[in-house]
Design a protein around this ligand. Structure first.
Ligand code: NAD
Length: 489
């Protein structure tokens, strides 16, 4: 009796705790399908159901998830999440952003592989993994309306954030036998923020001589990805470009209904399909569960049940090549148009089989960086020197009039050196054709001014009757300017 209960305990302890969210729309149908398949394949999961999404929002919880369920997530460390519906109207926070930020899920990993000829695609040889930075960039949601005319959004890129995601991309490539990591940024325009991402990419690439690397400006990178995706292997990108291009890559493969994604942090990981809750087809037994199933395959590998992950993936590939297709991928190679339930049964029937025509792909190895390993930023801090201040004012008029008035201010350590409007220098020597709006950046520079000098300058501008709307300090780091020049300066 005692022996038996020990064995039961042992079995119980080998089960992995995972949180499951059923989601909205087609969510409950595809999660049921996914769980049936992975359990039939032998997954040993200790399932904790959590509620999130539309019903929770409608109960007045603006984050879409109650604290009790957030605590459950923290206890399991792994979430398989069906898509949710974000209700229309203001006041609702993005659940995904809440979970990513709460649990520090810094890496978003999205494999996009064509399954030609069984799933229609223009790029039969496409096999790309998009690795997107997941926490920074404009996703801080720090936005302001500052004048009648002008709104702004703050783009934050940190050195430590770049180091983590870029190292993750190289480690992923190495762990999965991929030969090249490409980086896309727009550092010809955003020289400081995207420039940092590019620079850290170049630095970290030197530590991986076995892996090729290249950098492309995101516009040509996107164009090449759309027309010659075979050129790419692993692509690492800042958050916004990654958000856009990972959907483009999934669609290029044939259908957004097929791809899964992983969101990885130090102590937590979330797995989901990339598509939404598809309310238009909810309850019709037509949803393709493949995206969530592929997310579950990534989750199984992450929790160490790699053999089960491989069995599921092989059975799924076999079903696809046998022409067992849901409506969204129905075509000339389909032997029938299967509903969600029938598609699920067909995959279960193929568990233990290998694909015959599609190459059996090894399930991707998970990569988890140790926190200390992720950060190489042990450089000594750069020497920071104050060089001035940009004072922004809400004002309407001619640049020369504004300049004359600001030059007349008596400031001991700072001098007006430039005025720009929407980033373009309009004084001194501005172009009269530049269209000016009511948002002026007035740059005051000096020789090592103090914080007190800066405050005095802001006060003086305000006392002269100007509506001061914000300031940005101007600093040099190890002698290099940490701020952009005005266009034309
Ligand atoms: P969607 O991805 O839900 O649907 C787009 C189109 O693709 C629809 O025609 C839909 O029927 C089809 N489709 C999507 N998944 C499918 C599948 N598995 N099988 C077959 N067809 C599928 O995008 P949407 O309509 O823009 O958004 C609907 C809702 O989903 C919105 O409330 C949105 O906020 C939410 N959403 C949630 C997530 C998430 O939870 N991660 C992601 C994106 C959108």
């Amino acid at each position: 009796m005692q022996e038996r209960s020990l064995a039961v305990q042992e079995r119980a302890s080998s089960r992995a705790s995972v949180a499951i969210a059923h989601g909205d729309g087609i969510g409950p149908e595809i999660i049921e399908s996914t769980l049936k398949i992975v359990e039939a394949a032998g997954a040993t999961l200790d399932i904790h159901r959590v509620e999130m999404g539309e019903q929770v929002y409608r109960r007045g919880i603006s984050s879409g998830i109650a604290q009790r369920d957030l605590d459950t997530l923290a206890g399991t460390g792994v979430l398989l999440k069906a898509p949710i519906t974000t209700p229309q109207g203001g006041g609702y926070k993005s659940l995904n952003v809440t979970i990513r930020k709460s649990f520090g899920l810094y890496a978003n990993v999205r494999p996009c592989k064509a399954l030609a000829p069984y799933v229609r695609t223009l790029h039969p040889d496409m096999d790309v993994v998009i690795i997107r930075e997941n926490e920074e960039d404009v996703y801080g949601g720090i936005e302001h309306r500052q004048t009648n005319d002008v709104t702004q959004c703050l783009k934050l890129i940190t050195r430590s954030g770049c180091e983590r995601i870029i190292r993750y991309a190289f480690e992923y490539a190495r762990a999965n036998g991929r030969s090249r990591v490409s980086c896309f940024t727009k550092d010809n325009i955003m020289k400081i923020t995207d420039g940092l991402f590019h620079r850290v990419f170049d630095e970290i690439a030197t530590e991986y001589p076995d892996i090729q690397n290249n950098h492309l400006i995101v516009d040509i990178g996107a164009a090449r990805l759309a027309t010659q995706p075979e050129q790419f292997d692993v692509i690492v990108l800042p958050n916004l470009y990654g958000d856009i291009l990972s959907d483009v890559a999934a669609e290029l493969c044939g259908s957004v209904g097929m791809a899964g994604s992983a969101n990885i942090g130090d102590g937590f990981a979330m797995f989901e399909a990339i598509h939404g809750s598809a309310p238009d087809i909810a309850g019709t037994d037509t949803a393709n569960p493949s995206g969530l199933l592929n997310a579950a395959v990534m989750m199984l590998a992450h929790i160490g049940q790699v053999d089960v992950a491989q069995r599921v993936h092989d059975a799924w590939l076999r079903a696809i090549e046998d022409g067992v297709h849901t409506r969204d991928i129905f075509g000339q190679h389909s032997i029938g148009c299967y509903g969600t339930v029938a598609f699920t049964a067909e995959i279960i029937a193929r568990l233990g089989m290998q694909p015959r025509k599609l190459e059996s792909q090894r399930v991707d190895a998970p990569v988890r960086l140790q926190p200390a390993e992720a950060i190489i930023n042990d450089h000594r801090p750069d020497k920071k020197t104050r060089q001035g201040v940009d004072i922004f004012v809400d004002w309407s008029g001619e640049p020369d009039v504004l300049a004359a008035s600001l030059q007349a201010l008596r400031l001991p350590s700072l001098k007006l050196s430039m005025i720009s409007n929407r980033g373009t220098k309009v004084w001194p020597d501005g172009n009269p054709q530049t269209r000016c709006v009511d948002h002026w950046r007035c740059r005051f520079s000096g020789d090592a001014p103090t914080a007190h000098d800066v405050v005095a300058a802001i006060s003086a501008v305000a006392e002269a009757g100007y509506d001061v709307i914000k300031m940005e300090g101007l600093y040099a780091f190890d002698g290099n300017a940490g701020y952009s020049l005005g266009q034309g300066q």
